[in-house]
Design a protein around this ligand. Structure first.
Ligand code: GLA
Length: 392
C-alpha cells in the first residue's frame, strides 16, 4: 500500500493527467525449485513466483511517446513507439522497450504511455527482476491499450524481448512463472508444449528460504549463451546418432546418453549429462511434491546442485559455500543454486522450526568466510502478474 501511495504521488509530480485509461499492475520475481538450464532444452522446470515484485503505474497518452520513471533508481527515459532500437547506455530501458517492440511486431497496436515503477526484487541476484520488468510492462501496455493477451502468449513475447533486445538467449521459465505463478502453488512447466501443472505447496512444515550470495558476475550472459550453444551441439550429435526423434536434449534418455557418452568431447558430455539428468530430477521431484514427500525432494535439490557445479559448471565458490553451510544446519532437507548461476542465490528447503537458527548461522558463517553479509528471504509461492487497480 505504501508503495502504491508513493507511486501515485510521484506520478502526479512527474506527469500531467491525460484523462485516458490509467492503472496499476504488478509482476513478481521467481525462484526455481529445481530444473536448471533445462528450459531452453525443451525440458521441465519447477519454479515458484516469489513475494517480491515490480509495481507499475501507467496512463495512456494521446501520442506515440513513452515516458518512463524508475522510482527506485530515480532515472528516466523517453522514446517514441515509432523508433524502437536497443540502448547501448541505460540498458535498463531495453527490458521495457523490448516488450513494447515485440508486442507491436506481433500485431498489437499500441499508443504511448506515461509509466512509473518501483521494485523490491534485488537486481542481478538471479531472482528474475528483468523478467518481472518485461512482464509488468507488457501487462500495463496491454491493459491500457485494451488488448487481451493470454498469459502464456505474453510470457513468450517477453522472452523474445529479452532474446532480441537484451541479447540473452534465455528460455521461457522466468517470464512464464512471472505471468502464471499462483499463490501457494509451484508451477511444473513442460517447456516444449508450454503446458503446466500447479502443484500445491502450502500448510506444510517446510518453507522455502532464499540466500543471496550478493555476488554478481559479469560473465553470466556470455557464459549462458555459450552453454546454450554447447547443448545445441550435443543435441545435434544425438540426432545424428539416433535419428529425427531427437529434437532437443529433452528427448535423450539417460541410457542413450550412457551408450554414446564416450564419443562426445568431454565438455559437451558434461553439459548433456547435466541437462538429461536434471530433466529426470524435475519429473521425479514433481512427483515427490505431489505426494508431499519433501525429503525425497530435498535430496534431488542436493543432486541438482552437484550436477550444476561439476557438469554444467555454472556455480561459483560463494554459492557452493552457501550450499555446504546450509547442508550442515539442522532441519535442512535440500539446498542448491538457483537461476542462471555465476552468483546470485541459493534456494533451500527447511523445516519451519529451524529457520531462525538457520538464518543466524548462515549469516555468521558466510560473513566469516567471505566478508559479505548475505541477504536471506523467506517466501511462499506468490501470485503471478496481476491488475491492482484499473480505470478506463
Ligand atoms: C535464467 C534464464 C532462464 C533459465 C535459467 C536457468 O534465469 O532466464 O530461462 O534458463 O537461467 O535455468
Amino acid at each position: 500500500m505504501q508503495d502504491l501511495n508513493k507511486l501515485q504521488k510521484a506520478f502526479n509530480e512527474k506527469f500531467t493527467d491525460t484523462g485516458l485509461a490509467k492503472g496499476t499492475f504488478s509482476a513478481p520475481g521467481r525462484v526455481n525449485l529445481i530444473g536448471e538450464h533445462t528450459d531452453y532444452n525443451e525440458g521441465f522446470v519447477l519454479p515458484i513466483a516469489i513475494e517480491k515484485k515490480i509495481i507499475m503505474l501507467g496512463q495512456l497518452r494521446r501520442d506515440r511517446l513513452v515516458q518512463i520513471f524508475d522510482l527506485g533508481y530515480k532515472v528516466e527515459a523517453k522514446f517514441s513507439l515509432d523508433n524502437l532500437s536497443p540502448y547501448k547506455k541505460d540498458t535498463w530501458v531495453n527490458y521495457l522497450m523490448g516488450a513494447m517492440d515485440e508486442m507491436q511486431k506481433a500485431g498489437y497496436p499500441l499508443q504511448g504511455a506515461n509509466l512509473i515503477f518501483i521494485s523490491d526484487i534485488p537486481k542481478g541476484a538471479g531472482l528474475s527482476s528483468s523478467a518481472a520488468l518485461e512482464v509488468v510492462t507488457a501487462l500495463t501496455m496491454a491493459k491500457l491499450n485494451s488488448l487481451e493477451i493470454e498469459p502464456a502468449k505474453m510470457a513468450r513475447l517477453c522472452q523474445q524481448a529479452e532474446n532480441n533486445f537484451v541479447g540473452v538467449a534465455c528460455g521461457i521459465m522466468d517470464q512464464y512463472v512471472s505471468c502464471l505463478g499462483r499463490k501457494n502453488y509451484a508451477l511444473f512447466i513442460d517447456c516444449r508444449s508450454n503446458n503446466y501443472e500447479l502443484i500445491p505447496f502450502k500448510n506444510y512444515n517446510y518453507q522455502i528460504v532464499i540466500c543471496n550470495s550478493r555476488i554478481q558476475r559479469g560473465l553470466v550472459d556470455s557464459e549462458y549463451n555459450r552453454r546454450r550453444e554447447e547443448c545445441k551441439i550435443a543435441a545435434e550429435f544425438f540426432t545424428h546418432r539416433l535419428g529425427s526423434k531427437i529434437r532437443a536434449l529433452r528427448d535423450v534418455t539417460i541410457e542413450e546418453f550412457k551408450r554414446y557418452e564416450e564419443h562426445l568431447p568431454e565438455t559437451i558430455a558434461r553439459r548433456a549429462r547435466h541437462v538429461i539428468s536434471e530433466n529426470y530430477r524435475v519429473q521425479t521431484g514433481a512427483q515427490a511434491l505431489r505426494e508431499g514427500n519433501f525429503s525425497a525432494f530435498g535430496q534431488l535439490m542436493i543432486e541438482s546442485h552437484r550436477s550444476l557445479k561439476d557438469d554444467y559448471q555454472v556455480s561459483c565458490a560463494e554459492l557452493d559455500l552457501l550450499v555446504d553451510l546450509a547442508l550442515k544446519q539442522q532441519g535442512v532437507l535440500g539446498a542448491r543454486m538457483t537461476g542462471a548461476g555465476f552468483g546470485g542465490c541459493t534456494v533451500n528447503l527447511i523445516e519451519k522450526n529451524y529457520i531462525n537458527c538457520f538464518k543466524k548461522n548462515i549469516k555468521n558463517e558466510y560473513k566469516k568466510n567471505t566478508g559479505i553479509n548475505p541477504d536471506i528471504y523467506i517466501t511462499l509461492p506468490a501470485e503471478g502478474a496481476k491488475v491492482l487497480e484499473f480505470m478506463k
